[in-house]
Design a protein around this ligand. Structure first.
Ligand code: GLU
Length: 508
């Protein structure tokens, strides 16, 4: 299947919110598809009804859309290979299980769960592990050990059964992974996995292979946790006599300390989200934080995830990639084999970068939303001006409020330490003079205000700090913020003078 159109799929099970590792799998699939002019498909693997979680599918779709990695075909976006939910395809799998039985690659197994439990315990008591495969399947209750009449009788009587794959007894399997290269697995260690369950539903293994085949998937790019299933999957392709897609198993995402897989509870424990969007667990009422709600931009998340296990290679030091650049640069050869440490600091660093790149009009709209909640309203151009002044130090839209609330309302308090330092006995007199200067200043542009104030300072021979510090304290309430003349010019003459008077009053 190396010729023809590249088709990849992201195949999550809707068992809860999509973990950030799942988003990375989706992203790599998307990048690979777009790089090769192919299709990116979303398939919902919901055959396990017991683990189905309401709202999880919507969450997955919303996450992909938010990250700007939309799929070309999927549940509400049908192409030629639908339906895209396995629950809607459930009538199609039995036929394939039957084909494997007919070709001698699978068999009926009637062992009850009690019997299997008994075998397991029995083995355990002897210090062994029970594996249902070639070495004992002739002794168990299945269509390999029973006679044709016995089998027919059981089936007619409606006795529950599963269909198991008949894995080869002694064969060295040569497997290939696009990231890990060649691997060998001895077939004798494989168990005869259940392909079809007694409830009439296929297992993951059967449904996954049948669907990948029917959906003409050329490359299976998925998490490392599926590597142990690779041998079975390759054997299934062989048993069906289907062309095998190429496989690539992505490395694990590790905890920031580097030990162990990043789990869904790690984030909130360590103070960063591990989910793209916030998720409220309907059953427990627990809320898991999400990058979107924490104010991160989708560009940040895509960039951060892309570099979590991939690099452009060739000694490139480049770290900031737009999605288009990622599509251009991405290749499976440069995905690393080893796990990648999750780095929340680095995520913040990317976020700061994308804040600098962000469209100021859009930022102004988002800031407007925050201000609205505080019953404050300003013109778009005013907000853009403030954003321009603060952006260099900001990472999140909320920072504009947190760092620059004085642009939107007069300070209510003055930093005590700063006031002690800046507000001296002579300050009220200086401020009175300054108010007079400003009242007489018609053109309140930054440069003009600066010019007026500075020439007065020089002509009077007052120390610079004696003016500037109380000036800043009056406007901001603390010794922080951008150039104080910029602040004065931005909030305007009236407001500047009013704040100076206010400070006179309050800092007496
Ligand atoms: N449904 C599997 C999962 O939830 C898909 C694994 C695969 O991509 O083959 O991860």
């Amino acid at each position: 299947m190396t010729t023809g159109k590249v088709r990849v799929r992201f195949a999550p099970s809707p068992t809860g919110p999509l973990h950030i590792g799942g988003v990375r799998t989706a992203l790599y699939n998307y990048l690979f598809a777009k790089k090769h002019g192919g299709d990116f498909i979303l398939r919902i693997e919901d055959t396990d009804q017991a683990r189905f979680v309401e709202g999880a599918e919507d969450y997955i779709v919303e996450s992909l859309n938010w990250c700007n990695i939309p799929f070309d075909e999927g549940p509400e976006k049908p192409g030629d290979a639908g339906p895209y939910r396995q629950s809607e395809r459930k009538n199609l799998y039995r036929e394939y299980a039957d084909k494997l039985i007919a070709s001698g690659n699978a068999y009926y197994a009637f062992d009850t769960s009690d019997e299997l439990e008994h075998h397991r315990n029995d083995h355990e008591s002897k210090g062994k592990t029970f594996i249902y495969n070639w070495h004992n399947r002739q002794k168990l209750k299945n269509s390999l050990s029973l006679s044709k009449t016995e089998i027919d009788q059981k089936i007619k009587a409606g006795e529950p059964y599963v269909i198991r794959f008949k894995s080869p007894e002694a064969e060295t399997l040569h497997l290939k992974d696009e990231i890990r290269g060649e691997m060998t697995v001895e077939s004798q260690v494989l168990d005869d996995k259940v392909l079809f369950k007694s409830d009439g539903m296929p297992t993951y293994h059967l449904a996954n292979i049948v669907d990948d085949h029917l959906m003409k998937i050329t490359h299976v790019i998925r998490g490392e946790e599926w590597l142990p299933s690779l041998a079975l999957h390759v054997l299934l392709y062989r048993a069906f006599d289907w062309e095998t897609p190429k496989f690539a198993h992505l490395p694990l995402i590790l905890k920031p300390q580097g030990k162990g897989k990043l789990s869904k509870r790690d984030g909130d424990k360590m103070g960063f989200p591990v989910f793209p969007l916030e998720w409220k667990d309907q059953k427990t009422g627990e809320t898991f934080s999400g990058y979107r709600e924490e104010g991160y931009f989708p560009e940040t998340i895509a960039n951060m995830l892309a570099l979590l296990g991939w690099n452009e290679g060739g000694g490139s030091e480049k770290e900031n990639y737009s999605l288009a650049e990622l599509v251009e640069a991405f290749s499976l050869e440069h995905v690393s084999k080893g796990g990648s440490k999750f780095d929340p600091e680095k995520t913040r660093w990317f976020q700061h970068h994308y804040m600098q790149e962000a469209n100021e009009e859009k930022l102004a709209e988002d800031l407007d939303q925050i201000l609205k909640q505080k019953d404050l309203s300003f013109s778009k151009s005013y907000l853009q001006k403030v954003i321009g002044l603060l952006k260099e130090r900001a990472s999140f839209v909320s920072d504009f409020w947190e760092m620059g609330s004085y642009f939107f309302k007069a300070p209510e308090n003055y930093d005590e330490k700063a006031a002690k330092k800046a507000w001296k006995a002579e300050t009220p007199g200086i401020i009175d003079d300054m108010i007079r200067i400003l009242e007489g200043t018609e053109d309140f542009s930054t440069s003009n205000v600066q010019e007026k104030v500075k020439s007065w300072i020089t002509s009077e021979g007052i120390g610079f700090g004696k003016v500037m510090q109380p000036f800043r304290l009056s406007l901001v309430g603390a010794m922080q913020g951008p150039d104080v003349f910029e602040i004065a010019s931005t909030i305007g003459k009236e407001e500047t003078i009013s704040r100076l008077k206010n400070a006179q009053e309050r800092l007496k």
